[in-house]
Write a protein that binds this ligand. Structure first.
Ligand code: GSH
Length: 296
């Protein structure tokens, strides 16, 4: 939990005139600020509290807090499952769970679908017993049932809740979305086989497939032109591979792939996604640890 305060003097008693100097605050490089009543960025939220002084000036106090709910672990009390709440069980580090989390954010369902992060290394026994017998994340508790599997969940959230549509907007795009979604597992396998040293060319071919796919529709930089569930299906994995290839193999997967470079740039403008990003260093370190374990 990061918490800090700073005082800022402003000359008029109107809220929009509040200005925070960047010299006063330092943020992680990936952060972005949105000024308003609440300022959000990837892992923290800032609340501004204003007080009017007798001389007509206002004093603003900005409090920066971590906006992430703590993970539940084996010591956590069981939740009242099936009490009518809608809950999305995730782990912050799981790319599959990240898909469902992005869908929930993009559709603006933060107040409708409660996020319940689970510590997978020390998970509560009641999670398997009472919530999801598969004992995996993501899982969505909704209407007295529990639904799993991230690709199904993106569609389920899109179909069963309000908010902007994530579905393809034409029959042709639907077929292409189906092809791309069917390729997600093969894509990850191919990239991993290069990382593990089993097939040195597989990752290149997989990233070339993505580059080609991104050139199909010109209305926008996304797989189907406009942002859709296909982008959500791929981003958690490409985010990780981008970082790991750079760090471990000194390879920039976007080099010579302008569509992929632009797609990553545009994805990083979507708050529904940036809010779910992990610390890049954590991603790389976790990968290195797992790779070392696999070698022994
Ligand atoms: N096919 C599943 C995969 C989900 C999955 O493997 N989640 C991992 C975390 S990233 C998990 O819960 N692992 C726990 C376990 O296997 O015990 C999906 O797409 O949702």
């Amino acid at each position: 939990m990061v918490s800090m305060s700073l005082g800022v003097r402003v000359s008029v008693c109107s809220y929009p005139s509040v200005a925070l100097s960047s010299r006063d605050v330092s943020f992680p490089s990936s952060s972005s600020l949105y000024f308003g009543r609440k300022i959000h960025q990837s892992r923290f939220s800032i609340e501004l509290k204003l007080r009017c002084n007798s001389n007509g000036t206002r004093r603003a106090k900005a409090v920066i807090k971590s906006s992430r709910v703590p993970e539940l672990d084996s010591s956590s009390e069981p939740l009242q499952v099936f009490d009518g709440s809608t809950r999305l069980y995730i782990s912050y580090m799981c790319p599959f769970a990240q898909r469902a989390w992005i869908a929930r954010n993009y559709k603006g369902l933060q107040d409708k679908i409660e996020l319940v992060p689970i510590d997978l290394k020390n998970r509560p026994a009641w999670y398997k017993e009472k919530v999801y017998t598969a004992n995996k994340v993501p899982a969505l508790e909704h209407n007295n049932q529990v639904i799993g599997e991230s690709l199904d969940l993106i569609k389920y959230i899109d179909t069963n809740f309000e908010g902007p549509s994530l579905a393809p907007n034409s029959v042709e795009k639907e077929a292409f979305a189906h092809e791309l979604i069917s390729y997600t597992d093969s894509f990850s396998k191919a990239v991993r086989s290069t990382l593990s040293g089993d097939d040195s060319d597989a990752a290149d071919a997989a990233f070339d497939y993505i580059e080609q796919a991104l050139s199909k529709y010109k209305e926008g930089p996304f797989f189907l032109g406009l942002f859709s569930l296909v982008d959500i299906a791929y981003i958690p994995f490409i985010e990780r591979f981008h970082l790991i290839f750079k760090d471990v193999m000194n390879v920039d997967i976007t080099s010579g792939r302008p569509n992929l470079a632009l797609w990553i740039e545009e994805m990083n403008r979507i708050e529904a996604y940036t809010e779910t990003r992990q610390d890049p260093q954590d991603i790389v370190e976790r990968y290195k640890k797992r790779a070392a374990e696999a070698r022994t």
